[in-house]
Design a protein around this ligand. Structure first.
Ligand code: ADP
Ligand code: MG
Ligand code: ZN
Length: 622
């Protein structure tokens, strides 16, 4: 579900590698090539040898440097065209007279400071170039230099280039969000029309929704549709080591957008800078606060008629500084939701367009089988299916590949665990318990499949599929869920006569559900419809944040008691069901041990008629 990197930064890694290689080659050249040349051309010999070669007349001119003497040979001896030697520290008084006597011209060079600098200069350049490159990368700019104005903050001064034009057609579902964003396009295309009737168009629009629902995608589609300059950046890019740099960039970006108006500024992942100030959340960072203050100041600085729209996206609206959401700032909120079945189908269509799907794949079925998947999950599902198909060298993506991918995305990768036969038996009984309870309760969701193959964190799983998207949860449905959750543990009790730690997660989820029923939805008669929750749910995170309790300890005790009795009643119901159908539950467990995974039809034939005769011989447990 992670956010994809922005396209501008997509090939950053490769570029870095290429440039490092270029630098390495340069260094190699500077160090090694001169050494090799030296070796082949000039040979270093002992001083006495050098001197005797002068006496022989083999050397007709010399160069005297600080501690070296060198000179070309009259005639090359193999590869050697010159000789050099280290001068003795005790000056040889005979050297100069000898040179004069042999009539050898002497060139003296000063190997002092000047030449050290000239030796170091290329290195200084190289180091400087490297540091400059690294800073460019860190500031999120990929690509090669294209002029001075591109240095450091250049990226914000030029509208981002889209690799391929993305339009609203690439965004499936999300009709409300699309409509709201489209209004902005109309405004930007013809600001005059709105100005004539005195309409002020919102300057700050906040896209919010769970990860992977297409916020970034929608913003890019807007860029493609609007045909106006689009300045795009990510919140985290503003977080700099040096205080004040982020704020300066914000100022420059807004300046540039104003100059280019009508224009759009898009700040992705606003929460990384826009967190509540002074809470220490995210590291109570001076730099972040200054950047945030600058954004607030820029938003306040817009006059009503300026045709610049600031779009921001976040999946954590709860942590945003309230000052950001005040009127005149990000006051227009556009929510993106997880797609419903029809939208999932539409998203699958978009991403399956270029995939070789076999004719047997029914995307309607896939959409029905993926409740709770985001757009990004669905894209990932198709990709995993393609990988599975490729692994078996198939030419098409078959329904089984999609099934496997779905299980993988939903529950994690298959784990190989050494499970002892005894434990395996208990596992099968436990899952058979969940399955049987769900099967015999009319209010539970239809079963999809049951398995004792360990995946991700779970050792097995009973999977059900809601027939339709539910927006509210009726009480009988919730009670059926509670009983189903406790069915695994109840089956261990009924069939094996003992409990195990295998119901850990079931109990956790059942307790949380029962607590919501009592404390949020008023489903306990004595307590009635009173808000008794002790934490606030975060709709996009599936997490909750504690809040101060504003009811008495006595009431809290009552809540606990009500939750407990709800759980106990559900447990009792599960035990009743499983005791009544004990032999069929045992048959289902046996079938699970033999086959590991049973689909809806196999489950039905087992539980409705106790029919297990069609099963193959018990296979070897793996
Ligand atoms: P967010 O920014 O909300 O976390 P993204 O826009 O980054 O989500 O979505 C990630 C990817 O998932 C997109 O690039 C796109 O391929 C796919 N995706 C998400 N939502 C949709 C959608 N509604 N229609 C089509 N593709 C989608
Ligand atoms: Mg995003
Ligand atoms: Zn369980």
């Amino acid at each position: 579900m992670a956010n994809r990197p922005e396209p501008q930064n997509g090939n950053l890694g490769i570029q870095q590698v290429v440039i490092s290689i270029v630098l390495l080659v340069l260094v190699f050249g500077m160090l090694v090539v001169p050494m090799i040349q030296d070796r082949t051309a000039t040979q270093t010999v002992p001083y006495s040898t050098f001197k005797s070669r002068i006496e022989e007349g083999a050397i007709r001119e010399v160069t005297l440097a600080d501690r070296m003497i060198s000179g070309p040979l009259n005639s090359a001896e193999g590869d050697v065209t010159g000789l050099s030697a280290v001068l003795p520290a005790q000056n040889d008084p005979g050297l100069l007279p000898l040179l004069e006597e042999m009539d050898v011209p002497v060139t003296a060079v000063n190997s002092g400071d000047g030449s050290i600098i000239s030796m170091l200069l290329p290195w200084v350049f190289l180091l400087g170039f490297y540091i400059w490159l690294m800073r460019r990368f860190r500031s999120g700019q990929a690509g090669l230099p294209s002029g001075m104005e591109n240095l450091m903050s250049g990226r914000f001064l030029k509208p981002a280039k889209q690799p391929r034009k993305i339009t609203f057609d690439d965004v499936a579902g999300q009709d409300t969000a699309k409509r709201e964003v489209f209004e902005l396009v109309e405004f930007l295309r013809d600001p005059e029309r709105f100005a004539r009737v005195g309409a002020e168009v919102p300057h700050g629009v906040l896209l919010m929704g769970p990860p992977g629902t297409g916020k970034t995608l929608l913003a890019r589609a807007l860029a493609g549709e609007a045909d106006v300059p689009f300045f795009s950046t990510t919140g985290s890019e503003f977080i700099e080591v040096f205080v004040g740099v982020g704020a300066g960039r914000v100022r420059k970006m807004f300046e540039a957008a104003r100059a280019a108006a009508p224009a759009i500024i898009f700040i992705d992942e606003l929460d990384s800078i826009g967190r509540t100030r002074g809470t220490g959340l995210g590291g109570g960072h001076d730099e972040r606060e200054q950047t945030l203050n600058q954004i607030l100041a820029e938003l306040d600085g817009f006059s009503g008629k300026e045709a610049v729209v600031v779009l921001a996206a976040t999946n954590r609206p709860d942590v945003l500084d309230p000052a950001l959401l005040r009127p005149g700032r990000f006051d227009r909120h556009v929510t993106l939701n997880l797609p419903d079945k029809a939208a999932r189908r539409a998203i699958l269509d978009i991403h399956a367009k270029d995939l070789p799907l076999s004719k047997e794949v029914d995307l309607d079925e896939v959409a029905a089988g993926t409740p709770g998947f985001s757009g990004a999950d669905l894209k990932n599902l198709l990709n995993e299916a393609a990988i599975t198909a490729a692994r078996t060298s198939a030419r098409e993506i078959r329904p089984s590949d999609i099934d496997e991918a779905r299980d993988k995305v939903m529950m994690g990768t298959v784990r190989t665990l050494a499970i002892q036969p005894e434990e395996r038996h208990r596992l099968a009984v436990h899952e058979a318990g969940h399955t049987a309870v769900a099967h015999f309760l009319p209010d539970a969701d239809p079963l999809y499949k049951v398995t004792i193959i360990p995946r991700g964190q779970a050792l097995g799983g009973t999977h059900m599929l809601p027939e339709n998207e539910r927006h509210t949860l009726p009480e009988p449905y919730l009670r059926a869920q509670l009983t189903t959750l406790l069915g695994g543990r109840a089956a261990e009790q009924v069939v094996m006569g003992s409990l195990s730690s295998g119901a850990d997660d079931d109990i956790k989820r059942a307790t949380a559900l029962a607590r919501s029923m009592v404390a949020r939805w008023g489903m306990d008669d004595t307590l009635g419809p009173m808000d008794l929750r002790e934490s606030d749910d975060h709709p996009f995170l599936g997490q909750s944040i504690a809040r101060p309790r504003n009811f008495s300890d006595a009431t809290a005790g009552q809540v606990d008691a009500a939750v407990q009795s709800l759980l106990k009643a559900s447990e009792a119901q599960a035990i009743d069901i499983l005791t009544e159908h004990k032999t069929r539950v045992q048959a289902l467990a046996a079938a699970l041990i033999a086959q590991e995974t049973l689909d809806a039809d196999a489950i039905r034939s087992c539980l409705d008629n106790g029919n297990v005769t069609h099963l193959p011989e018990r296979t070897k447990p793996t």
